[in-house]
Design a protein around this ligand. Sequence first.
Ligand code: GLN
Length: 187
Amino acid sequence: MRVGVLALQGDFREHADLLTGMGAEPVLVRHADALRGIDALVIPGGESTTIGKLAERFELLEPLREVVRLGTPTLGTCAGLIFLATATTGPSQIHLGLLDVVVERNAFGTQVDSFEADLDVSGLADPVHAVFIRAPVVAKVGAEVEVLAAVGEDPVMVRQGNIVATSFHPELTGETRIHELILRGEG
Ligand code: GLN
């Protein structure tokens, strides 16, 4: 199974390593050509404004939109969630606009840049140990969006059709169940 991993900036190597360990074949995506023939797509964490600018510069915005709109199971983590979203609550930046949510960036404040929590995730039997790094929360969800996990009242994992997105980083903890969702085509 070929999984495209957007490799413009951020922790794409961690995603690629995790996918290799799961028996999938990661394909680093820096050009639209690399999207051809992929069975699933991952958009990593990092810095969402940088990922957006680089995707525009490398003419990847429309090709990425096309692949996701065609139904390719897609996972976005942290900055990947922000990039997939419609908008942020803050200054405007480049989005794919495929996931009908408004995101608040760095929502857990600068005092608590990073933290870990055990999360109940809808559909998974055991909690997910989640690492949050300058993480966003989903401030508004559209009608088609299902909330799969939350910290308090704040959604931190959502699904819309073929897209799954998390505020946290399953790729940093050896957690495979979130990536399995897209490998099984349940994204
Ligand atoms: N704070 C970053 C952003 O707003 C996301 C952080 C991350 O991906 N770990 O883009």
